[in-house]
Design a protein around this ligand. Structure first.
Ligand SMILES: Cc1cc2nc3c(=O)[nH]c(=O)nc-3n(C[C@H](O)[C@H](O)[C@H](O)COP(=O)(O)OP(=O)(O)OC[C@H]3O[C@@H](n4cnc5c(N)ncnc54)[C@H](O)[C@@H]3O)c2cc1C
Length: 347
């Protein structure tokens, strides 16, 4: 799915690619500059319950200057939680299940810098899902771009200096920005190391009755280490559920386990039978998120690789929507700087 913008070709129509294309388009086409921010209607799913004492730590992280957070010694999240004086009980019953769903990392080896910045975002922002589904986010980013500049369903097979190759064509370009998933990026750019990926599996069930009334993320505090979190999504976004039913989304950090096992766990967690629930689907993502173990430093990995090749994606910042958007913005800035410099040199 390349997004073409004049002489810069962006590969990947995910959040990083669209954020980059927006910036490139905005700056290279000022007359068509969109004025609005992404307009996805965010339906809040509410704050985590007050039972979640994690809020105390999050408040602290939310108020510290980010540069200070990133200058702090970098350790694993597990070590950082212990050093913060949190009890074993709170870590095991609250933070491990919560963070294992966020990072797809049960061992909490993820960098304390990533932990600090992601939790900071959680604490300072609102938790929610777009009322019209997650696709509303890329749609909102793509909306100001001319439709004929975006080509979907066109996998790029090879990147060569000044050109990319699809099955059907060679597309020439002065610069190429690769905003695919990290595994594909490493295949297209052999000098880019492929990060280790972490797996997440999500189970979707429809229920005649909502097992909870509130739009809260339910964590498994019983240390069973199977379900990371579960939420009655339709309590926040009713349109997500099949008509007349309620939608429950349940995350497992790691590969899939048999659905009946998960359903039995859900009966225990919600404290009510789940036999009349319908299993809608299981979404297995063996490559859901890039691992972000130390050292991550200041989180901003290089995006300019030389030979007018650029890279963006959550693997260049933090493994999150925020990281993907920030990396796309940063990579587009690098492209513009280089193109302007070459232009000034009379190229
Ligand atoms: C289950 C799950 C839940 C998550 N929940 C959250 C959350 O609550 N909050 C949060 O902040 N983050 C969350 N994340 C993480 C977040 O979704 C990702 O970090 C982010 O979407 C990554 O965006 P990206 O643009 O870097 O990559 P991607 O979204 O992977 O986009 C890459 C794009 O490149 C395209 N592509 C791949 N190969 C090619 C090719 N050869 N040619 C052309 N195009 C190609 C793909 O089709 C895709 O469109 C979650 C992730 C998962 C899996």
């Amino acid at each position: 799915m390349p997004i073409v913008d004049t002489d810069v070709l962006v590969i990947g129509a995910g959040l990083a690619g669209l954020a980059a294309a927006r910036r490139l388009h905005r700056l290279t086409n000022p007359l068509r500059d969109p004025t609005g921010a992404p307009s996805a209607a965010l339906a809040g799913i509410g704050r985590l319950s007050d039972r979640l004492r994690f809020a105390a730590l999050a408040t602290r992280l939310a108020t510290i200057d980010p540069d200070r957070l990133l200058a702090a010694p970098e350790v694993s999240t597990q070590t950082a939680l212990r050093r913060a004086g949190l009890s074993h009980r709170i870590i095991e019953e609250l933070l491990r299940p919560f963070l294992s769903g966020v990072f797809a990392d049960r061992e909490l080896t993820t960098s304390s810098h990533v932990f600090a910045m992601v939790v900071r975002s959680f604490a300072r922002g609102r938790i929610g899902v777009p009322a019209r589904g997650m696709a509303a986010l890329p749609r909102a980013l793509a909306a100001p771009l001319p439709a004929d500049r975006i080509r979907l369903d066109t996998p790029v097979e090879r990147v060569a200096p000044g050109a990319v190759h699809t099955a059907a064509a060679r597309i020439g370009c002065r610069a190429v920005l690769i905003a695919t998933d990290p595994t594909t990026a490493a295949r297209l750019l052999p000098d880019l190391p492929a990060p280790r990926m972490r797996a997440l599996t999500t189970y979707y069930h429809a229920a005649p009755e909502a097992p909870l009334r509130e739009p809260v993320l339910l964590l498994d505090g019983d240390r069973r280490e199977l379900v990371a979190n579960t939420v009655v999504v339709s309590n926040a976004a009713p349109t997500y559920a099949p008509p007349g039913r309620h939608l429950i989304a349940t995350s497992v950090a790691g590969p899939a386990v048999p659905e009946p096992v998960v359903r039995a766990e859900l009966a225990r967690l919600y404290g009510r039978p789940t036999a009349d629930w319908t299993h809608l689907t299981t979404v297995e993502l063996p490559q859901a998120l890039p691992a972000a173990d130390p050292p991550q430093g200041h989180l901003r990995k290089p995006v300019a690789l030389g030979d007018r090749r650029y890279v963006a994606g959550d693997h260049r910042d933090s493994p999150s929507i925020q990281g993907a958007l920030a990396s796309g913005w940063r990579a587009a800035g690098a492209v513009l700087r280089d193109l302007r410099a070459h232009h000034a040199d009379g190229e």
